[in-house]
Design a protein around this ligand. Structure first.
Ligand code: SF4
Ligand code: SF4
Length: 387
């Protein structure tokens, strides 16, 4: 599933808009019936939630991220709207909510009256996302494949996804935990957006390069009186994005093949010594989709509900089948998570399950770094070949 691409035309695809028109863009999305979601500061982090206007966005806020650590900082000179990297929330919380009532039933005169609560709620959810990064677009595309591209389709996800308008943002800075460049998912926006912004200049010269990605994006932009971009604006935007890729940490290219052959590596036990099995990495990951379903009934038998909620391969119950849990210890659970993300996803979904957003590194309470662990496996494999 992708956003409807813009057909080729002779009209320009890149425009320039004053930064103070951001308010008008959010207003236009709201007045066309969208619930607009974007970044905002709460509880010491940039989180994702409803935004009523540009004043809700984290102007002049940047972040410092490293394994197991996250702090915000304020920038006074030439404050920008989007000079921070991804925070703990992901857009999946809107498209694939952490808890969702799928259906409910109430005893009626004859049998039960059944309500499709999940489908009804998804139909009402006409969302617009402002500030989606390149790695997050890749994560949404990965979830599209998992949740709508096969036998086990989520109709609630598909309905929300179909209606969602996406304003992407090209990154001008990376956090120390980002590695999207080595995953070919960022920091520049590729596809899957309706509009893509790149922040330019600052102070009195604060502007956005706005690139059109779909016909509905073009329609919204035309109402904002943006001017066609000059080649120097496009060049400045491209240079800023190229700068963001510099100095990022890297995922080794051979990680998928090396991990596929590392089933019996003693490294899994070493990682398990440090891993708390808290599942934080899976909850912040934009591609993780493991979920479970619970049914409840009232004590008097007059009603029942079915809920779907996020689960994690780090919980003991997740792999429980008749006779016990398949992955009984932490080493097996971490192995499942890492090899699935970086290796077996390719066989299952034709893509990587990791987009290099770095969230699992920042939000791991003990600072386990998936790139560093992958490098360890690659080093072992090279050692074996030499020996
Ligand atoms: S595995 Fe980690 S770096 Fe990769 S997409 Fe998930 S949270 Fe981001
Ligand atoms: S790797 Fe880190 S975040 Fe993930 S389960 Fe282990 S301790 Fe928790």
């Amino acid at each position: 599933m992708t956003n409807p691409a813009k057909p080729k035309s002779s009209k320009p695809d890149a425009f320039v808009m004053d930064a103070n028109r951001l308010d008008a863009l959010i207003g236009a999305l709201a007045s066309s019936g969208h619930a607009v979601m974007g970044p905002r500061v709460a509880d010491g982090a940039v989180i994702l939630g409803p935004v009523a206007g540009a004043a809700d966005l984290p102007l002049g806020v940047t972040d410092r991220q490293e394994p197991g650590r996250y702090r915000l900082k304020t920038v006074k000179k030439d404050p920008a709207y989007f000079d921070f990297a991804v925070g703990p929330h992901t857009w999946k919380k809107f498209l694939f909510p952490p808890r969702e009532k799928l259906w409910s039933a109430e005893r009626a005169a004859k049998g039960f009256a059944v309500r499709e609560d999940g489908i009804d709620a998804a139909r009402r959810d006409k969302l617009a996302f402002v500030g989606v990064r390149a790695c997050e677009l890749a994560a949404i595309a990965a979830q599209d494949r998992v949740l709508t591209g096969g036998e086990y389709r989520s109709e609630t996800y598909a309905l929300r996804r179909e209606q969602t308008f996406i304003v992407a943002v090209n990154c001008r800075t990376s956090a120390a935990t980002c590695f999207c460049a080595s995953m070919n998912t960022g920091p520049g926006v590729g596809a899957g957006h309706d509009l893509a912004l790149t922040e330019l200049g600052g102070g009195k010269d604060h502007r956005f390069l706005v690139e059109v990605g779909s016909t509905r994006g073009e329609k919204v932009l035309m109402a904002l009186n943006a001017k066609p971009a000059k080649p120097k604006d496009v060049a400045a935007a491209r240079a800023a994005v190229a700068q963001a890729a510099k100095g990022q940490r890297k995922m080794p290219k051979s990680a998928p093949t090396v991990l596929a052959g590392a089933t019996d590596s003693p490294r899994w036990a070493d990682i398990a010594q440090r891993c708390l099995n808290c599942a934080s990495c899976t909850q912040v990951c934009p591609t993780c989709f493991c979920n479970t379903v619970t049914d409840t009934t009232t004590l008097d038998g007059s009603g029942a509900e079915r809920w779907r909620h996020w689960d994690s391969c780090f919980t003991l119950d997740f792999s429980y089948i008749h006779g016990g849990a398949i992955r009984g210890d932490g080493a097996h659970r971490y192995r499942q998570w890492m090899t699935h993300k970086l290796s077996h996803w390719f066989e299952q979904f034709g893509t990587s399950g990791c987009v290099g957003c770095g969230r699992c590194i920042t939000w791991c309470p003990v600072g386990i770094d998936i790139t560093l662990e992958a490098r360890g496996f690659v080093k072992d494999a090279k050692g074996k070949r030499k020996g």
